[in-house]
Design a protein around this ligand. Structure first.
Ligand SMILES: Cc1cc2nc3c(=O)[nH]c(=O)nc-3n(C[C@H](O)[C@H](O)[C@H](O)COP(=O)(O)OP(=O)(O)OC[C@H]3O[C@@H](n4cnc5c(N)ncnc54)[C@H](O)[C@@H]3O)c2cc1C
Length: 430
């Protein structure tokens, strides 16, 4: 019966609730956000027979999983690209079954420049390995910068690669416990059609009300009242998947206020920044094979990582993270593209500049519905992740990458949290 109802509603544009007999304005559960966590929550809740309404602020599903197929003539992942822990990732088997092309790709550095000097990449990889061990051995939850030595150029490069370019925060903002409790993410796969395309495919047919920001969640009576510009919905429970950046911004008002412990937890897990600066390159490959991992490391945390020409595309995908990521995001696309182009010139000579025909900058810093790339607990605040995972009043459940345990910061981890939140709702409503 569920299947019939799903099939009938899947074709309707715009709004629908799925499942049982409750009125559309009174579903069992409202899910705030149609990113990876929201999609998983909706699929899981529906499968459990609950009626579901998904409200999404943006004009598309996927959230921080989004593949742009229009700008460069080849798929470009604006958000997540690597299927981390691919042998245990909820998207891997799905992608294979649905005909997506996956390719194993670890991101050990292959070409490194320290300033203008080409340097053996293994030196930085080994330094990063040693640094990683030192951070994991830290007996207390402190800033990673206090347990590693970044005095040498090689160590500084390794620290920037591990911190800003992976965890999206510089080492002085990286919690040793956050890092130590994160899983080793190998094996890693890339997808020719884009990770965002897989996520959108997974969510296709789900009934989602797009362009519908949730402004206010009341939980002062039975169930909840979820207010949008288009009216109110009265579910029995709410799953909130908005990023900690969105939650901290106050874009969703709660009445009564969320408990102090929840609010503190949100503040203690702020968003980090990873920005991509894709450069489209014509008639030039700089001697790089497709997928080569390149690091241009500079003193003073001005590092640029490039994923070279993935899937034989003509893109050098630049990445900047941490404070530099925020800085260039604020500076805007032209300044960021210029920064990345200058990086190519530094490595490959002045003719590299004329090979760049188009560039871009990912908008996660300025997007009001993300307000950053992914969340990183502040040093000393690792326990906040557990505090935020606690449901409020048995009616408000949180999900999303910030709560993904060993898979924090990842799209696959976010999916798992959405499914878990839906199961928790099912248990409460049973
Ligand atoms: C540049 C970049 C690179 C990344 N690389 C990788 C990678 O290679 N591999 C990987 O696994 N992960 C990567 N990630 C992280 C990954 O994209 C995220 O962890 C994951 O997509 C988060 O999913 P989510 O469902 O938790 O949150 P989101 O995707 O943010 O979903 C939340 C949704 O809620 C919506 N929303 C917010 N507020 C409201 C509101 N008030 N009302 C209604 N809707 C609202 C948002 O619009 C959004 O669609 C990357 C992220 C970035 C930014």
């Amino acid at each position: 019966m569920m299947l019939t109802r799903r099939a009938a509603l899947a074709g309707l544009a715009g709004v629908a609730t799925l499942g049982a007999l409750r009125r559309p304005s009174e579903p069992d559960v409202v899910i705030v956000g149609a990113g990876s966590a929201g999609i998983a929550a909706a699929l899981t809740a529906q499968a459990a027979g609950l009626s579901v309404l998904v409200l999404e602020a943006m004009d598309r599903i996927g959230g921080r999983a989004f593949t742009d197929t229009a700008t460069f003539g080849s798929p470009f992942d604006v958000g997540c690209a690597w299927l981390h822990k691919a042998d245990d990732n909820p998207y891997t088997a799905y992608a294979r079954a649905e005909g997506f092309t996956l390719q194993a790709h670890e991101y050990d550095l292959e070409r490194v420049w320290l300033g203008p000097e080409p340097t053996p990449a293994h030196l930085v990889n080994e330094a990063e390995e040693a640094m990683s061990e030192a951070i994991m051995a830290a007996p207390a939850d402190v800033a990673a910068s206090t347990v590693v030595d970044v005095a040498s150029p090689v160590n500084e490069a390794a620290g920037d690669y591990l911190g800003a370019l992976d965890m999206a925060v510089d080492l002085d903002e990286l919690s040793t416990f956050d890092y130590a409790n994160a899983d080793d993410l190998a094996p890693n796969f890339l997808c020719a059609q884009g990770y965002g395309s897989i996520v959108a495919h997974r969510g296709r047919g789900l009934a989602v009300r797009l362009n519908t920001p949730v402004r206010h969640i009341r939980w002062d009576g039975p169930g909840a009242v979820v207010e949008t510009d288009a009216g109110s919905i009265r579910p029995r429970a709410v799953i909130v998947t908005a990023s900690t950046g969105v939650l901290a911004s106050g874009a969703i008002r709660f009445t009564p206020d969320l408990p102090a412990a929840t609010q503190e937890a949100v503040a203690d897990i702020p968003m980090g920044m990873l920005a991509k600066i894709p450069l489209q390159i014509r008639d030039q490959r700089f001697g790089l094979e497709p997928f080569t991992d390149v690091l241009l490391a500079r003193r003073g945390r001005r590092d640029l990582y490039f994923l070279s020409f993935p899937f034989a595309s003509d893109l050098m995908v630049g990445f900047v993270g941490g404070d530099l990521g925020w800085e260039l995001s604020a500076a805007g696309e032209a300044a960021a593209v210029d920064f990345a182009t200058q990086g190519l010139v530094e490595m490959f000579g002045s003719s590299a500049a004329s090979a760049v025909v188009k560039g871009g900058l990912t908008p996660w810093a300025s997007n009001p519905w993300t307000r950053g790339a992914y969340a990183a607990a502040s040093p000393g605040r690792y326990a906040a992740r557990e505090a935020l995972a606690r449901p409020v009043g048995d009616r408000i459940f949180f999900a999303g990458e910030a709560l993904a345990g060993g898979l924090i910061q990842t799209c696959g981890g976010a999916f798992r949290t959405g499914a878990a939140a839906a199961r928790a709702v099912q248990a409460v409503l049973a």
